[in-house]
Design a protein around this ligand. Structure first.
Ligand code: A3P
Length: 327
């Protein structure tokens, strides 16, 4: 533990009283951080200087990050790639290599040397799992844009539950119902990586209502149901709308198709290799379905999400594309 202790963390800023599979977790200023990313969280908050032209993807883990990374990369770069699908780099690079996560990649280990991000061509594309209230000030004060994707909490939990079992150091763990109950309990009481879940969702949703030019709030389920409409919202929001010619042509469908679950999952680059520390790329593409939680959670477990759902409802939030009925 001591070796991983971030150098510039004040003791009073964090408590370490939880674990997530094999990791200790800190509650750092209201944000649950796996111990190995805390240093990155602090460095990102301290040093990142946003530009007006930046586009930042914000999401909780397992809510559609990989998918959105591929879509944003495709729409922003489509002109450079002459709208020619064979030129799209998804065949050789996983979407996480094309858009880097700020706290888990760019700033993860920067004790000695800060990364120089000034040479990245505009618009710079980045991603973060942090909630809106934890973002560095420069993201809030510049005109940079944030695309947030959220997913219903039950499927998010089931996805995260499976994902962490794929971590190489977790392979020896034999999860049973008792363990799953324990993790449902943690998740529903706000204890999950980058959680609490509901604070994350509400932070971006509220900002998108107050400042729709700053934050575009999307739902995983909406993207699944109406990919074309969502793609149009996305291109308009990031400032590169489809031309009439593009709308009439095939490009909208082609981008939707190349970034689809089936297409990305089948690419050789995503069947092997590792771009996220400790995880094989294939773990990023499990089922990609809506409502898969019904195959895993007992009615008792599902009931535990009610309090979280109630909190969202009380704050005025409801999912546009998902009927939030846990029973
Ligand atoms: P499941 O575990 O339910 O299958 P993230 O990218 O934020 O880690 O989210 C991973 C979840 O998104 C996984 O959900 C994964 O299968 C799904 N996913 C990955 N790529 C997708 C795509 N192109 N379309 C739809 N879902 C996708």
């Amino acid at each position: 533990m001591a070796a991983l202790e971030p150098k510039n963390t004040k003791a009073q800023d964090k408590t370490e009283d939880e674990t997530w599979f094999v990791w200790p977790m800190y509650l750092y200023q209201g944000l649950w951080c796996l111990n190995y990313i805390l240093e990155g969280v602090i460095a990102f908050r301290t040093h990142f200087q946003a530009y007006d032209s930046d586009i930042i993807l914000a999401s909780l883990p397992k809510t559609g990050t990989t998918w959105l990374k591929s879509l944003i990369f495709a729409i922003v770069n489509r002109k450079n790639l002459s709208n020619d699908l064979t030129q799209y780099p998804f065949h050789t690079k996983n979407p996480h290599e094309l858009i880097s996560h700020l706290e888990t990649k760019v700033y993860l280990k920067v004790n000695e040397k800060l990364p120089d991000l000034s040479k990245i061509p505009s618009p710079r594309l980045f991603a973060t799992h942090m909630p809106c209230y934890s973002l560095p000030d420069s993201i809030k004060t510049t005109k940079c844009r944030i695309v947030c994707v959220c997913r219903n909490p039950l499927d998010t939990f089931v996805s995260i539950w499976h994902f962490f079992q794929e971590f190489e150091a977790c392979k020896g763990i034999k999860p049973d119902m008792e363990m799953m109950e324990k993790y449902v309990d943690k998740f529903c009481s706000g204890v999950s990586p980058w959680g609490p879940y509901e604070n994350h969702v509400l932070s971006y949703w509220k900002e998108s209502k107050q400042n729709p030019k700053k934050v575009l709030f999307l739902e995983y389920e909406g993207l699944k149901k109406e990919p074309r409409d969502h793609l149009k919202r996305l291109v308009e929001f990031v400032g590169c709308p489809f031309s009439e010619e593009e709308e009439k042509g095939k490009v909208v469908d082609e981008i939707t198709e190349v970034c689809s679950f089936k297409s990305l999952k089948e690419m050789e680059v995503n069947k092997s290799g590792k771009v996220i520390f400790g995880f094989e790329n294939k773990a990023l593409f499990r089922k990609g379905e809506v409502g898969d939680w019904t195959n895993y959670l007992t009615p008792m477990m599902a009931k535990q999400f009610d309090q979280m759902l109630e909190k969202l409802k009380t704050a005025g939030f409801s999912f546009e594309y998902y009927q939030m009925n846990s029973s």
